[in-house]
Design a protein around this ligand. Structure first.
Ligand SMILES: NC(=O)c1ccc[n+]([C@@H]2O[C@H](COP(=O)([O-])OP(=O)(O)OC[C@H]3O[C@@H](n4cnc5c(N)ncnc54)[C@H](OP(=O)(O)O)[C@@H]3O)[C@@H](O)[C@H]2O)c1
Length: 219
């Protein structure tokens, strides 16, 4: 019997979603890959199962994945943010939705205007869903390599509901990341903006810089 929450990765067929899915499936979580097309989700799930030598990752249409999950993580392309949320709104009621959206263009990295993507998500989903912002600064390629080692980036977790945020902090840590509660949902626009800093730095220095926090003693 698996007492861990079941996870859905909505839009889990792209770059960031499979990276997170790999980490959590490897840590023993039941992971459901969501897509607009069930067949596309099934193909990604099969690839992840093959890579990990397991058979527990499943692929489903987004709303079906959200309805079967305890916690869903949104990793759709930025331009589909609102439409994707509308398509899973009913399935998410009473649950946690984690928004990984960073509204920053690689070609012209600038901080997005407030409100945060996660605040916009909360407005769309309504008060029946506990929205948490996380993983906006975690590069997909960092998640996918060295699965047995910690991820060399920290995760800043923002939510108005501190209990929901702490559940996502625990989830990030189960996936090999160090994570910190970093304030309410409106703070998440700053976290999105850090992605602009990282892209600019990594272009200038041809590097793979990530975020690491120092000086905070976690309990
Ligand atoms: N890539 C990174 O390193 C990274 C790091 C941190 C955060 N993020 C954030 O994670 C999110 C996903 O990034 P990504 O690079 O993984 O994106 P991506 O590969 O370009 O796309 C992810 C998924 O979005 C879905 N999608 C595309 N158009 C859609 C539409 N009109 N409606 C609903 N779903 C649609 C697709 O899934 P289906 O076709 O299967 O439906 C696609 O596989 C973004 O918000 C990004 O800011 C990315």
């Amino acid at each position: 019997m698996n007492d861990k929450p079941t996870l859905a990765i909505l839009g889990g067929t792209g770059k960031e979603g499979p990276g997170l899915a790999l980490r959590w499936a490897n840590a023993g979580y039941k992971v459901l890959i969501g897509s607009r097309e069930a067949a596309k989700a099934e193909a990604t799930a099969a690839e992840l199962n093959t890579q990990l030598g397991i058979d527990t990752v499943e692929g489903l249409e987004n709303a079906e994945a959200a309805s079967r999950a305890d916690i869903s993580v949104l990793t759709v392309v930025q331009s589909a943010h609102a439409a994707a949320l509308e398509s899973v709104k009913d399935a998410l009621q009473g649950k946690i939705l984690v928004d990984a959206t960073a509204r920053v263009e690689f070609t012209d990295p600038r901080p997005p205007e407030p409100p945060s993507a996660a605040r916009l998500a909360q407005n769309i989903l309504g008060s029946g869903v506990r929205v948490v912002a996380a993983f906006q600064n975690v590069p997909a390629n960092t998640l996918k390599k060295n699965l047995d080692q910690p991820v060399k980036t920290d995760v800043l977790v923002c939510a108005d509901d501190v209990d929901a945020a702490e559940q996502v902090v625990a989830l990030a840590e189960a996936g090999g990341m160090t994570a910190y509660f970093a304030g309410g949902l409106d703070n998440a626009v700053v976290v999105e903006g850090i992605t602009a800093l990282l892209i600019a730095m990594n272009k200038h220095y041809r590097g793979h810089g990530t975020v690491q926090i120092t000086g905070v003693q976690k309990p």
